[in-house]
Design a protein around this ligand. Structure first.
Ligand SMILES: Cc1ncc(C[n+]2csc(CCOP(=O)(O)OP(=O)(O)O)c2C)c(N)n1
Ligand code: SF4
Ligand SMILES: [Mg+2]
Length: 320
């Protein structure tokens, strides 16, 4: 892929506080939910142009659009899991077609953004996402990853980490939580050779918003995978959401990195850093509490080994 640098304005937090709120408070998400913090940051970063949002079913859509209320001060299209990316790709195509016909000025810009949860992205909507990215639509797809189908009662998804308790991989005398590792969705999206792919976390708002701006600046498709703590499904006190996000990054469970025109850059932890051990992060969440019972030491070690292995593989993919 052609190597280019994506140039964007730095994120000025003070200026952003003066902008109109495109994603408002007063929605029905749980206190301490990472997803709505992420949505607010994304819309703040995107607000330089008009924004059109598409959203798959899931907690983000359900908690923010309870009739007759909405938290969205932008055009908002609710879609099924299967076709959220396809729908926004169609809207983006219509926008280009209307420009060609002279019904929209040629220099008009709109930021097209699709949100989907991990269930809606890793599993059910991956075919329409893959198609939209491959066709080259100018749109940003954001997967907020809370590691399960939370809105319907915490069922396992392709993003659920190994060892986590969910209602469809419940901990019992035989099963110690989810037996499989999660999918590497950011790598799958990078393999589409699209201009921009990034991981992010809401505890680093400047980094997240800079990445949204980069994603929207490229002339083509972009994808972001955002860490999204769920206090209900993970079972932690609401005030710990940002601390859990911080530790997810420092332990290497959720490294922050970007792939710009094929070039992978790790943002955090630094490439030479020693990863913090994963155990304290797991201990803070009820979904992993069985791992600390006698007999599950092997699984605990396996989780640490998975992270070490993935971190080494990620470092090998960097180009600088
Ligand atoms: C095709 C289809 N299957 C099932 C459902 C029921 N459903 C609604 S929300 C939801 C969970 C979505 O999980 P995820 O995408 O991870 O988003 P989260 O709720 O975790 O934010 C499910 C299964 C649905 N709406 N459509
Ligand atoms: S169930 Fe989880 S993802 Fe859904 S609103 Fe509550 S904290 Fe957020
Ligand atoms: Mg989910």
């Amino acid at each position: 892929m052609e190597q280019k640098e994506i140039q964007v304005q730095p994120v000025d937090l003070k200026k952003l506080t003066e902008k109109p709120t495109l994603f408002t408070g007063g929605h029905r998400a749980c206190a301490g939910c990472g997803m709505t913090i992420m949505a607010r940051q994304v819309l703040l970063a995107a607000s330089d142009n008009p924004v059109v949002v598409g959203c798959a079913t899931g907690c983000l859509e359900v908690t923010t659009t309870i009739y007759p209320y909405t938290a969205w001060n932008v055009p908002f299209i609710h879609n099924a899991f299967e076709n959220a990316a396809a729908t926004v790709s169609g809207v983006e195509t219509a926008f280009r077609a209307l420009k060609k016909k002279g019904r929209i000025p040629p220099d008009k810009k709109i930021n097209f953004i699709t949100f989907g949860g991990d269930g809606g992205t890793y599993d059910i909507g991956i075919q329409s996402l893959s198609g939209a990215m491959e066709r080259g639509h100018r749109m940003l797809y954001i997967c907020y990853d809370n590691g399960a189908y939370m809105n319907t009662g915490i069922q396992r998804s392709g993003a659920t980490p190994r060892g986590a308790h969910t209602t469809t991989c419940p901990v019992g005398t035989i099963v110690p939580g989810k037996p499989q590792k999660r999918k590497d969705l950011a790598a799958i999206m990078s393999a589409h050779n699209i201009p921009y792919v990034a991981t992010a976390s809401p505890h680093q708002p400047r980094d997240l918003m800079k990445k949204v701006r980069k994603a929207l600046a490229v002339d083509g498709p972009s994808f972001m995978l955002v860490f999204s703590p769920c206090r209900l499904g993970w079972a932690f006190p609401p005030e710990q959401a940002m601390e859990l996000s911080r530790e997810a990054v420092s332990s290497g469970f959720w490294p922050l990195y970007e792939v710009e025109y094929g070039k992978l850059i790790i943002n955090e932890p630094s490439k030479d850093a020693n990863l913090a051990p994963i155990k304290p992060w797991l201990e803070k969440q009820g979904r992993f509490k069985h791992l600390f019972q006698k007999g599950n030491e092997g699984l605990l070690n396996q989780i640490q080994e998975d992270i070490n292995h993935e971190w080494e593989s990620l470092k090998k993919r960097t180009t600088m």
